[in-house]
Design a binder for this molecule. Structure first.
Ligand code: ADE
Length: 240
């Protein structure tokens, strides 16, 4: 998969691209992440990509010409099928399903806004999907874009190194993930549940499922209605 990020602050992505799973995914060619400086597409002599909003108000608005020229350049050569995304607090809230759907595209072009936003004409011309990462306003779309990229690339074959890694995780079946433990088996006088040390795979699976259901019921009860519960799940919940 190719991800092109259209931004005024391409350097923000450097350390994340050089770290951990992102670095491995990039090195192994499972994913290509290009950051493109919108300023390089500014047409005026001062290289300005933004201007004050018509109608007044604080802050600056990204001008339509550089944003549009940047999209034209990127989409002329990017892999197909692609989708153009704009990071915005006005967008659809990011979810597991959105991240899975995005991972099916060969290319995602992500526009990061700054200041007061982006001229609406550039958005109307190029954007297929606006995404918000939550009901709060960030100073720019870059951190939000990183969240989207991270959530999405985990679903690309090879990125996590283990093809089944995302199968049992939170939200793929609308259940929260069960608590995890590692060595030592006893810490601060708290022991890891015996069943997890038993080596009995079926019992471990049943226990983990029950803990997932319990976590979900306690913390996000609304999610339970989206999960297909089996007879043993229901027996467990009614006992609790
Ligand atoms: N840009 C500013 N705030 C944002 C948010 N909450 N989500 C996505 N992009 C944003």
């Amino acid at each position: 998969m190719t991800i092109n990020v259209l931004t005024l602050f391409p350097d923000m992505f450097d350390s994340v691209k050089a770290s951990s799973i992102w670095a491995r995914a990039i090195d192994s060619d499972n994913i290509t992440i290009n950051t493109i400086d919108i300023r390089d597409f500014a047409t005026d002599k001062h290289n300005r990509a933004d201007d004050s909003p018509f109608g007044g108000g604080a802050g600056m608005v990204l001008k339509p010409e550089p944003v549009s020229a940047c999209f034209d350049d990127v989409t002329a050569s990017c892999p197909q099928p692609y989708i153009n995304v704009y990071m915005s607090p006005c967008g659809k809230t990011l979810s597991h399903d959105i991240s899975v759907n995005l991972s099916k595209f060969a290319c995602i072009n992500i526009l990061c806004g700054h200041y007061e936003g982006v001229d609406q004409r550039a958005i109307d011309k190029h954007i297929d999907l606006e995404i918000s990462i939550g009901d709060y306003v960030l100073t720019g779309g870059e951190l939000a874009a990183m969240v989207v990229i991270d959530a999405c690339m985990r679903h690309i074959d090879g990125v996590l190194g283990n093809e089944t890694s995302t199968d049992n995780e939170s939200f793929s079946d609308a259940l929260l993930e069960h608590p995890q433990y590692t060595r030592p088996a006893s810490y601060n006088d708290v022991d890891v549940p015996d069943v997890l040390l038993s080596g009995h795979h079926a019992n471990v699976q049943a226990y983990s499922r029950q803990m997932s259901i319990l976590m979900t019921a306690r913390r996000r009860p609304g999610l339970l209605s989206k999960t297909v519960l089996g007879k043993s799940d229901i027996e467990y919940i009614t006992r609790k």
